[in-house]
Design a protein around this ligand. Structure first.
Ligand SMILES: NC(=O)c1ccc[n+]([C@@H]2O[C@H](COP(=O)([O-])OP(=O)(O)OC[C@H]3O[C@@H](n4cnc5c(N)ncnc54)[C@H](OP(=O)(O)O)[C@@H]3O)[C@@H](O)[C@H]2O)c1
Length: 303
């Protein structure tokens, strides 16, 4: 059994993703032995970047339990960020990866007598949709697994939800807002989520705990737009997607991914209510605010 010690590795599942790569970077900076689960189909440039960081590479696919057994050798902790929502290969879906694949991973880690499992979930959102069902199923299995678990339930990532990929097109001073944009969200930087995940490794205070994670200040999307406008020096053109349209999108969705995206946009429209008071006692770091984040965006592109 790999004891949780300086000699055991931390296996990052989802290491070629935005959050997983940042976790690997921070693990290495913290002097921890990091191992990455990558797939034969993963982007070679990302696998090479992990290799350059000094991360050990192990191949496997969550859909095939036999393929991930070997990766558990010498592992004391697993951190799983994997998801099929943005990075998909043939056969990947919310059911096969986010649900069954993650359940396979929990079982494989348990069989390998891994000491700690850190799972990146998200905060309990309003409404039922397949990605939320998958996250809760994995959390439940972890709670029953008898492994030490740390379940991290972040709010929306600034790097994703304040990016052109979801219509927050700050380089062109345009933003799509889901709903009226008046309900507050606890925007968090994925760098801070990575910092908290890394700080959870071998941390007794993080054992067998569930933490909702938000940033230092909850702000409505319209308040965030004002911060960007002040920084960029341009007024934004806003396009609102009404809640009724999001509901219709969810009801008429023909696959679990589209239904889940509609569910996520509805949750954004409704806002969240994350209280970090107790969590801050375990992770007392300075967290990135939206005002800090806006300093990092390439405003020279703004027109
Ligand atoms: N975006 C948000 O606002 C937000 C908020 C709260 C929580 N989260 C959660 O944060 C997590 C990380 O998000 P992210 O943006 O870093 O995701 P991402 O960039 O899309 O990365 C997904 C990772 O999962 C891997 N993966 C997918 N299918 C796999 C499979 N079958 N077997 C093994 N690996 C597989 C991908 O590997 P390949 O490169 O091989 O495809 C990739 O490394 C997700 O679980 C998400 O639900 C996100």
């Amino acid at each position: 059994m790999p004891e949780n010690s300086q000699n055991s590795s931390v296996l990052v599942v989802g290491a070629t993703g935005f959050l997983g790569m940042e976790i690997c970077r921070q693990l290495v900076n913290a002097g921890k032995k990091a191992k990455a689960l990558v797939r034969p189909s993963s982007d070679p440039a990302k696998v090479n970047a992990l290799h350059q960081l000094g991360v050990e590479i192990s191949e496997g696919d969550l859909k095939y339990p036999a393929s991930i057994k070997k990766a558990m050798d010498g592992v004391g902790s697993v951190i799983s960020t994997a998801s099929s929502t943005f990075s998909r290969q043939e056969g990947d879906s919310i059911e096969s990866v986010d649900n069954n694949g993650q359940l396979n991973l929990v079982q494989t880690a348990k069989d390998a007598r891994v000491d700690q499992f850190i799972f990146i979930s998200f905060y309990p959102m309003p409404g039922d949709f397949p990605l939320q069902t998958a996250k809760r199923n994995v959390e439940k299995k972890l709670l029953e697994s008898k492994m030490n678990y740390t379940i991290l339930q972040p709010a929306v990532f600034m790097e994703v939800w304040l990016s052109p990929a979801v219509g927050f097109d700050f380089p062109y001073s345009k933003a799509t807002i889901y709903g009226e944009g008046k309900n507050k969200l606890s925007w968090i930087s994925l760098k801070d989520v990575a910092m908290i995940a890394v700080a959870s490794v071998d941390n007794k205070a993080a054992r067998n705990s569930v933490f909702q994670l938000g940033g230092p200040e909850a702000l409505s999307p319209l308040e965030v737009v004002r911060i960007f406008e002040n920084h960029v020096g341009n007024e934004f053109t806003l396009e609102h997607v009404p809640i009724a349209a999001l509901r219709a999108q969810k009801t008429s969705a023909t696959d679990s991914l589209s239904e889940s995206f509609a569910g996520l946009m509805l949750a954004y429209a409704e806002g969240d209510n994350i209280d970090m008071k107790e969590t801050r006692k375990v992770y007392p770091f300075r967290l990135t605010s939206v005002t800090d984040f806006v300093q990092q965006v390439p405003v020279e592109q703004a027109i």
